[in-house]
Design a protein around this ligand. Structure first.
Ligand code: FE2
Ligand code: FE2
Length: 266
């Protein structure tokens, strides 16, 4: 069994310092193997924001795997945006844009979906999809495989026309063929979970967990949240923990059990 925390959309520069402290305290109360950070660490990719984000990461109670988001690319400085989009992210957070965590039970692979030429929408290139596939093929079948991106593969409930990652159908079919069972993402500042096949019927079954904004005041109709995920080879439990003005508490938990080729909600 493995327990991982999935936090997203920190937006340092727009963070609530009380929530930052409460989140760190809450994370410290669980036996985590890893903390996944699915992008938008900063509000405007300013140096001061990256320094604050870095300081936060260094206070996390266990190791972390991080990918960038669209807000980690400068918005207004066009020269910087087009020629060196992730320079500050690479300088202050990590220069590994395809990070991997692996132990005897889980493998977590991150991919950068943020692009200079589109502000809000995410993309995966054919080369990234191939690289993920090649890495995953080398991991034993018994290891639970997880992908992390900033942008969403699954629109939020009730918004079927919402844009998803460019090449999502190709990426998802490829990832499913090499054993991916779970995708973690953010960007929308709304937490939800479902099977990706509800939007991509060509798939058999991949569970998607979207995290809300963990510590920022950029609310999109819900408070600060993060996902606490418990994994076994044949079960996924996704607890959404919500800020209530004082601390983080369980808000809801979704449980999925593997039945043959499919994940069934319990
Ligand atoms: Fe965001
Ligand atoms: Fe974003």
């Amino acid at each position: 069994m493995r327990v991982i925390a999935h936090i997203s959309d920190l937006h340092f520069g727009h963070e609530d310092k009380k929530v930052v402290e409460a989140l760190l305290a809450d994370l410290s109360s669980f036996p985590l193997s890893l903390i996944v950070v699915s992008g938008d660490l900063t509000q405007r990719a300013r140096t001061s924001e990256f320094i604050a984000a870095r300081a936060f990461l260094e206070r996390l109670p266990v190791g972390y795997l991080v990918v960038p988001g669209n807000h980690d690319i400068p918005l207004y400085n066009l020269l910087h945006r087009l020629s060196r989009p992730l320079e500050r992210y690479c300088q202050y957070i990590t220069d590994d844009l395809a990070p991997t965590y692996q132990d005897s039970e889980i493998a977590v692979l991150g991919a950068n979906t943020a692009r200079s030429l589109t502000w809000k929408n995410g993309s995966l290139s054919n080369k990234q999809i191939l690289n993920l596939s090649q890495k995953l093929q080398e991991i034993p079948e018994s290891v639970f495989k997880i992908i992390v991106t900033h942008h969403q593969f699954l629109p939020q409930p009730g918004k079927r026309l919402q844009t998803v990652i460019k090449r999502a159908p190709l990426a998802l079919q490829t990832l499913e063929s090499v054993g991916v069972d779970l995708i973690l993402a953010g960007h929308l500042h709304v937490g939800y979970q479902d099977d990706a096949r509800t939007h991509h019927p060509i798939l058999k079954s991949i569970i998607v967990a979207q995290a809300g904004t963990a510590v920022s005041t950029r609310y999109r109709g819900e408070t600060n949240t993060y996902n606490l995920i418990t994994l076994e080879q044949n079960s996924i439990s996704i607890m959404v923990r919500c800020w209530n003005g004082k601390d983080f508490r369980e808000n809801s938990t979704s449980n999925y059990i593997r039945k043959g080729l499919f994940w069934q909600k319990n």
